[in-house]
Ligand binder design. Structure first.
Ligand SMILES: [Zn+2]
Length: 305
């Protein structure tokens, strides 16, 4: 008995010695998504205060994002435009970071960085607007080191929120603008992935019903492989978000959103509702899914008209 135990202990020691350097090497080659770093970006954005489209506060958020990209050595451009809203014409700007790949075809990963305008409450949108903006900064920092064939555009959409109430013309200002412009110049991306409200401490992402099924399948398979089935749920829910204008133009797309968020559009959407762990889970799942999505796109290219 005891000899067997010693034998097993030796095996365990050998296995551990064998695994430690291998694990360290893996981490160096494929850095994981850093949820704590993403949460620090949420903190900085929330500290600016409410950040509705067209406001000086959103211009400060934009400067913060562009500055963080510069520090990470990621090149970015602004697409500035005027949008006709129920509150008159407002200046807006999408931020587009480019991470070149071996091929020119583009996978767009986006989310909004504005917060909803309210007449009578102070809405800082830690999760709704803050989490997606912060998540994308950390993602843009990590993507260049990941093996990839496709070129990635990481896009911070302006004016996702309705000024008054959600209609086809009062919502999604930034993504509608970008999809239209790219459609006109025949430069639509090969696929679009949008993240919104992914910082909820109590993370539960349902499959978005309008999203392209094969893309959802790949993302949910990654979540299962990484042990996150408690956070990537089996049931589905339809949500219109920044992926919609691209989908309407025939681009395969997926939306990652946790819409079961009680403080949604209330003064309760504050920093304490957001966790580094949730941001990290979504980051790890998405990074794990990207090679499969690239493969799926390459396979379907021949089949598309
Ligand atoms: Zn919102």
């Amino acid at each position: 008995m005891s000899r067997l135990r010693i034998g097993l202990a030796l095996v365990a020691v050998v296995v551990l010695i064998g695994l430690v350097p291998l694990g360290a090497q893996d981490t160096r080659l494929a850095p994981v998504f850093d949820g704590a770093a993403a949460l620090r970006h949420v903190e900085r954005l929330v500290a600016i205060g409410p950040r509705p489209a067209g406001s000086p506060a959103l211009a400060r958020a934009r400067a913060y994002i562009v500055d963080e990209l510069k520090k990470a050595g990621v090149s970015a451009r602004l697409d500035s435009f005027d949008a006709a809203t129920p509150h008159g014409r407002l200046p807006m700007a999408n931020i587009v970071a480019t991470i070149p790949g071996r091929r020119k075809d583009v996978i767009l990963i986006g989310g909004h960085y504005d917060t909803k305008w309210f007449r009578d409450i102070s809405f800082v949108g830690a999760n709704d607007g803050g989490s997606s903006a912060a998540f994308l900064i950390e993602l843009a920092r990590r993507l260049p080191a990941r093996p990839h064939e496709y070129t990635y555009w990481v896009v911070w959409f302006d004016g996702e929120e309705a000024r008054e109430s959600w209609t086809a013309t009062d919502s999604l200002y930034g993504s509608r603008r970008m999809a239209n412009e790219l459609g006109k110049s025949r430069q639509l991306p090969s696929a679009v992935i949008v993240a919104d409200m992914i910082g909820d401490r109590n993370l539960g992402i349902q499959r978005e019903a309008g999203s392209t099924p094969w893309m959802n399948d790949i993302i949910w398979a990654s979540a299962g492989r990484l042990g996150y089935t408690a956070h990537f749920l089996a049931d589905s829910l339809a949500v219109e978000d920044d992926h919609a204008p691209f989908m309407r133009m025939g681009v395969p797309a997926a939306l990652l959103i946790d819409f079961d968020f009680p403080p949604w559009h209330t003064t309760g959407d504050t920093l304490d509702k957001v966790s580094a762990q949730s941001l990290e889970i979504v980051g790890k799942v998405l990074l794990d899914a990207l090679p499969g999505i690239e493969e799926g796109l390459s396979r379907s290219r021949g089949a598309r008209p």
